[in-house]
Design a protein. Structure first.
Length: 549
């Protein structure tokens, strides 16, 4: 940033400069929330000491993200600052004339798909380093800025709400914001840099013949080449010129739909292409009896998600990040939507429950779970008291052996180690078979288990066929759209779960031990008969099966 600092000092010779340093290498495990907190406090302290009349903020790459977080916190929009101590609205934000970001990763970074300007060799290196860093537990700062990560998604939501609701900022508009990006950025894709969803009233300026690093480092004013001269001129304009004098790109405006007042997410589970979610959407759109004016049903899909990746925490989290990215896009696309409701099955229930734990800006209304793989100890009461969830209905099935045996094992380990957390490796559980501990105990009984629906894992979302299934579909629609729970009793057709499965669930660790034993014995015999090379092939086949079924 030294060339940028020097350029700013030249343009504003009478100004003070405040430069924040932090451990920003690829291996850094620094916490971006801590860094943003330090930036905001430093600006506040400097303002209190000197009462500046004008403030300009500048950030490059991840520094642009950190500076933007400090700014929204300065406005008092700081849901994700609680652990660091909320400060409330700050006076300094009223003096910010402009915010200039240079190649900022506004939507977070991602190499899926490969950025257009990134070479194949750099992509392969990044791919391998990403996997190695996760295994070694390093680079957490960079991972915290990945597309859809909590730091990024919460920031996008905060910025969108500030840009569209002046009351959140005490009537003060966001400062003039100019985002410069190189046309050959070899690190961040243009879509990730030009975050249109969170870019209301932002000016984008493309800097020709400039990559991700050059935009902040190659700023020699006496350089003979036209590219360097133009780069310096554009940054000077961004730092000093009036809005109408900045040669901004012609970017397509985000298509906003003010007719939509409510969003209903319908999220499918693992080993499921989500066809039932489309059926739910079609039923809502074609039936005018449900009072659907202003309602949009969104069935986001993440593709076929096999059992193997579901058992791995980081693979589960990938779908959580995608959901939050979609949530942010819809928040921007439908500015007048006042409520977001959620219907989820299996892994879909995990996605919402995990997102509510990791993302402080996520707020939902009605929640319908079927085949839930969320821990029965999940703290719905805290979320309801905080106004982040309105109410929850959970279908508990009599014969859901999937939940009773597999996610239950993770929950059982948490019980053995007496962990109350619902985040991390043990964030799966058996609420789809055993119900939630909070059921019937929250204010106005806002968490309700429907015990018991006769059937297996998919009984709560199987809407094809019989008249009873059609009745259940109508009941779920009336709950999601109108909040009417009376017809949900259509799911209660048994007094208890299957006794044998209840016993097996308590001994689910034996099932896992048995499966491990069978696989080990199979490997032993393969090795004895065909040799060590065959053993390697045997386990490769097992891994392939787990990643395909």
């Amino acid at each position: 940033m030294a060339p940028v600092v020097d350029l700013a000092r030249e343009l504003y010779p009478d100004a003070d400069s405040l430069v924040t340093t932090y451990h920003a290498t690829l291996l850094s495990n620094d916490d971006p929330l801590r860094v943003a907190n330090e930036i905001e406090i430093n600006i506040h302290d400097a303002f209190e000491a000197h009462a500046y009349e004008h403030i300009i903020l500048i950030g490059h790459s991840m520094g642009g993200m950190l500076m933007r977080k400090a700014l929204v916190w300065g406005y008092g929009v700081e849901e994700d600052r609680a652990a660091l101590g909320r400060k409330g609205p700050r006076a300094w934000v009223g003096k910010v004339d402009r915010f200039v970001s240079l190649a900022s990763i506004n939507r977070g970074w991602s190499i899926d798909p490969k950025p257009d300007q990134m070479s194949v060799s750099k992509y392969l290196l990044a791919f391998m380093l990403q996997r190695a860093a996760r295994l070694l537990g390093v680079g957490r700062l960079l991972f915290a800025l990945e597309r859809g990560a909590p730091f990024v998604a919460d920031l996008r939501v905060q910025w969108i709400r500030l840009a569209r609701n002046p009351q959140l900022s005490g009537g003060q508009p966001l400062p003039k914001t100019i985002h410069l990006l190189g046309d050959v950025d070899d690190v961040v894709s243009r879509d990730d840099s030009c975050d249109l969803a969170a870019a209301k009233d932002v000016l984008f300026v493309t800097v020709p013949n400039t990559n991700h690093g050059e935009i902040a480092t190659n700023l020699k004013q006496d350089a003979p080449d036209p590219a360097s001269q133009r780069r310096v001129r554009l940054i000077k304009l961004a730092l000093t010129a009036d809005r109408e004098d900045i040669p901004a790109d012609r970017t397509p405006a985000l298509e906003e739909d003010f007719r939509v007042k409510r969003i209903v997410y319908v999220m499918h589970g693992i080993r499921d292409q989500g066809t039932w979610a489309e059926r739910f959407r079609d039923a809502v759109e074609r039936d005018p009896r449900h009072g659907l004016e202003g309602v949009r049903v969104v069935p986001p899909k993440y593709g076929f998600f096999p059992m193997g990746p579901f058992l791995l925490y980081w693979d589960r989290q990938r779908n959580v990040r995608k959901f939050m990215d979609d949530y942010t896009e819809n928040l921007a696309r439908y500015p007048d939507a006042y409520e977001f409701d959620f219907i989820g099955h299996s892994n879909g229930t995990y996605i919402l429950a995990s997102a509510l734990q990791h993302y402080r800006t996520l707020v939902v209304g009605r929640v319908y779970f079927a085949g839930s793989v969320v821990p029965k100890r999940y703290p719905w009461d805290n979320l309801i008291d905080a106004g982040r969830v309105k109410d929850v209905v959970n279908i508990v099935a009599t014969n859901d052996w999937v939940v009773a045996l597999f996610p239950r094992f993770f929950e059982q380990i948490a019980e053995w180690v007496r962990s109350e957390r619902c985040t991390g490796l043990l964030d799966l559980g058996s609420s789809g078979f055993r119900g939630f501990d909070a059921s019937g105990k929250t204010a106005e009984h806002r968490v309700r288990d429907l015990k018991f629906a006769v059937g297996p894992h998919g009984v709560g979302v199987t809407f094809n066929g019989s008249e009873n299934r059609e009745r259940r579909l109508a009941a779920v629609i009336r709950y999601a759209i109108l909040g009417d729970q009376t017809e949900l009793n259509a799911f209660k057709d048994a007094d208890s779960e299957a006794r044998w499965l209840n016993v097996a669930s308590n001994l689910c660790w034996l099932v896992w031990v048995g499966l491990a034993g069978v696989l080990s014995c199979g490997g032993y015999f393969v090795c004895q008969i065909f040799g060590f090379g065959a053993l390697v092939a045997y386990f490769v086949v097992i891994l392939l099966l787990l990643n395909s079924v």
